[in-house]
Design a protein around this ligand. Structure first.
Ligand code: NDP
Ligand code: 8X3
Length: 253
């Protein structure tokens, strides 16, 4: 029987690369994000290439009622999710704490922590009902090493690390695996979003070294999701070869 993956933040970057890879592996997909046009375009592209079923649900993961409404409104057959990839997330700004922007803080905390919780609560109950499941949370090297001006973003990813540990304990007796993936620098729309559309500043983040691609991270997520039933990878850090930790790079500039 075909398996199903629910991927949050599938309109760009790592989430989109996961959608493409899981589709190639024959998974049916539930794809979420705010940009409905991108979800529909991706669904059409994947439907044309693979013999799978795809449901899209456009909602803002920061809004608990929207998340609940969209996920709980899915037909019963879609509520059998084998893999949940909690990927939707972002950074806003790079400012010292004393100059922090309240709206940026709220956006990061509401998306990266609360949004992940909202999706996890609903889908973990579906997984409990079916007797198995796998939740893959996107943390970051930023959750392991705090860097200058990263303050709140780093805190949200440290929270994902802690929540992954907590979820693993709470869901253990329900046969649900929980994996946290912590990438270093991945060239996606991430920096453009962090710098609010400043493409030049975003590009500079990845100059002088080869960053990870979204596909590199998707490959790793597929690897953890495709281990045998008795094997779980709890915690995985993956970095560009030219990056040692959150702040130490071997840049050729
Ligand atoms: P992108 O900006 O390319 O993609 C982010 C995705 O998150 C988009 O699909 C976006 O969809 C979705 N998203 C953001 N806010 C919301 C929201 N309020 N509601 C619903 N969906 C939302 O970034 P990445 O692919 O790089 O990031 C994916 C994850 O990986 C994030 O959690 C990020 O923190 C993490 N990560 C990224 C790293 C990097 O260097 N790029 C490194 C380590 C971790 P839409 O805008 O359509 O809503
Ligand atoms: C994204 C990687 O180091 O820019 O999580 O915060 S970093």
């Amino acid at each position: 029987m075909s398996k199903t993956a629910l991927i949050t933040g599938a309109t760009a970057g790592i989430g989109k690369a996961c959608a493409e890879l899981f589709a190639r592996q024959g998974y049916n997909l539930i794809l979420t994000g705010r940009r409905q046009d991108r979800l529909e375009q991706l669904a059409e592209q994947l439907n044309n290439s693979y013999n799978i079923r795809i449901a899209v649900a456009a909602f803002d993961i920061r809004r608990q009622e929207e998340v609940t409404h969209h996920l709980e409104s899915l037909p019963a057959e879609w509520k059998q999710v084998d893999v949940l990839v909690n990927n939707a997330g972002l950074s806003q700004g790079l400012d010292p704490i004393q100059n922090g922007n309240y709206a940026d803080w709220d956006t990061m905390i509401d998306t990266n922590i609360k949004g992940l919780l909202y999706a996890s609560k609903i889908v973990s109950n579906w997984m409990i009902a079916q007797g198995h499941g796998h939740i893959v949370n996107l943390g970051s090297i930023a959750g392991k090493n705090v860097y200058a001006n990263g303050n709140v973003y780093c805190a949200t990813k440290a929270a994902v690390d802690a929540l992954s540990q907590g979820m693993r304990i709470d869901l253990l007796s329900h046969n649900i695996k929980v994996t946290a993936i912590h990438p270093g620098a991945v060239e996606t729309e991430f920096s453009e979003v962090r710098f609010k559309g400043d493409k030049e500043r975003a590009k500079k983040v990845y100059e002088g070294f080869t960053p990870l691609s979204a596909e590199d991270v998707a490959d790793t997520i597929w690897f953890v999701a495709s281990r045998p039933a008795h094997v779980n990878i709890n915690d995985l850090v993956l970095m560009p070869t030219a990056q040692a930790n959150a702040t130490t790079f071997n840049k050729k500039t």
